[in-house]
Write a protein that binds this ligand. Structure first.
Ligand SMILES: Nc1ncnc2c1ncn2[C@@H]1O[C@H](COP(=O)(O)OP(=O)(O)O)[C@@H](O)[C@H]1O
Ligand SMILES: [Mg+2]
Length: 343
């Protein structure tokens, strides 16, 4: 397979597409990757002009750049980011990025990501959802969104939901919903990074990111590649016993991230007549969850046939319930931005 980054690309384009890569240029002696000259200079020209004096190798530079493009990891010896620079300036309009994570699949991570977005939108915030679950994207179906993303210049435009939430998902780009994506981890994280940098998100108060499931490479590199403000952890009562939650918590903390809150989904079923609550997946682990994560419990969401019905029919924006109110209320209480920004 041909490498992603070749020497005939403009330095400026590479830096724009792979934020952070300017530090790799610096490492190899092509110091002013952000300066004006680089806008018209290819990597080969830049190397010839700036790098010769320090005896740099164009091949070594390209190897480092391609490794970064594939894995999102900066090579050893990369200098620290100079103070006062922001690698994510391409998306300066996004105020907060909230990552929704779960230790394992099927616990309702996508549902909670969707509900958080719906709740924020109801409160007047400008919201987008980045469906980072490349191999199992479920956000568009939940919102009944089918329209292909539009194109604006070099960028994609998110498809809009009924209430005005912008969505980008692999599902919207594939020819049919049934199409399977079988990708290696590095390609997944590359795609998600592009969903962030190559999409015209506009001004957003919150971008909700539905992370790939699990605690493997995929969610990890996403957390590293995006400027995540805080993480919401979703689990079921059952999951705590299997250590996945502890693992997920450790992962976020290792990356220096902040767990804003935890959501216990499928906590119980309420009988329609008697209102009796049956804890299908065992007793609530809410307290243990709070101890394990060091973060507050935002809500215990019951198994609700209405959720399943609305999610299957693309109408999740119509969902209302006391527990959902509680989730919104508690999220806003600790959210980084409590009022919609004007405009
Ligand atoms: N509280 C709930 N009540 C009813 N159905 C739910 C609930 N949470 C999730 N579901 C359903 O369970 C399935 C899995 O949820 P999903 O959010 O896709 O999980 P994940 O993203 O963690 O794999 C979906 O069909 C979803 O609609
Ligand atoms: Mg999902």
């Amino acid at each position: 397979m041909a490498p992603t980054i070749s020497s005939d690309l403009l330095i400026a384009d590479v830096v724009k597409k792979y934020p952070g890569s300017e530090r790799i240029f610096t490492k190899h002696g092509v110091g002013c990757a952000g300066c004006n000259i680089s806008k018209v200079e290819t990597i080969a020209q830049g190397a010839a002009g700036h790098g010769k004096a320090v005896g740099m190798s164009l091949d070594a530079l390209l190897d480092d750049l391609n490794a970064f493009a594939d894995t999102g990891k900066l090579p050893p010896g990369t200098p620290e980011q100079p103070k006062g620079t922001n690698t994510m300036t391409a998306q300066a309009g996004i105020k907060n990025v909230i990552a929704v994570m779960s230790g394992k699949g099927g616990v309702g991570k996508s549902l909670v990501a969707g509900l958080l977005a719906v709740g924020l939108r109801r409160h007047g915030f400008r919201v987008g959802i980045l469906d980072g679950d490349i191999t199992g994207p479920s956000i568009p179906r939940m919102f009944g969104v089918r329209g292909k993303p539009g194109v604006h210049g070099q960028k994609l435009l998110p498809s809009m939901t009924q209430t005005g939430i912008g969505i980008i998902s692999m599902n919207l780009l594939l020819p049919s919903e049934e199409e399977a994506v079988i990708w290696r981890g590095p390609m997944v994280s590359g795609a998600i990074r592009q969903f962030f940098t190559d999409v015209e998100w506009g001004d957003l108060d919150y971008l909700i990111v539905d992370l790939p499931p699990g605690t493997s490479d995929a969610p990890l590199t996403v957390m590293q590649a995006l400027p995540v403000t805080g993480t919401i952890l979703v689990t079921t009562p059952q999951a705590l016993a299997t250590m996945v939650v502890t693992k997920a918590v450790r992962l976020v903390k290792q990356l220096g991230g902040d767990i804003l809150g935890v959501v216990e989904n499928m906590a119980y079923v309420e009988m329609p007549e008697s209102r009796e609550r049956i804890e299908v997946f065992g007793p609530s682990q809410g307290l243990k969850l709070v101890i394990a994560s060091g973060a507050p419990l935002l809500a215990r969401v019951p198994i609700d046939p209405l959720i399943a019905h609305l999610a299957d029919n693309g109408k999740i924006e119509e969902y209302r319930s006391p527990q959902f109110e509680e989730l919104q209320h508690n999220f806003l209480a600790l959210a980084p931005l409590k009022e919609p920004s004007p405009g």
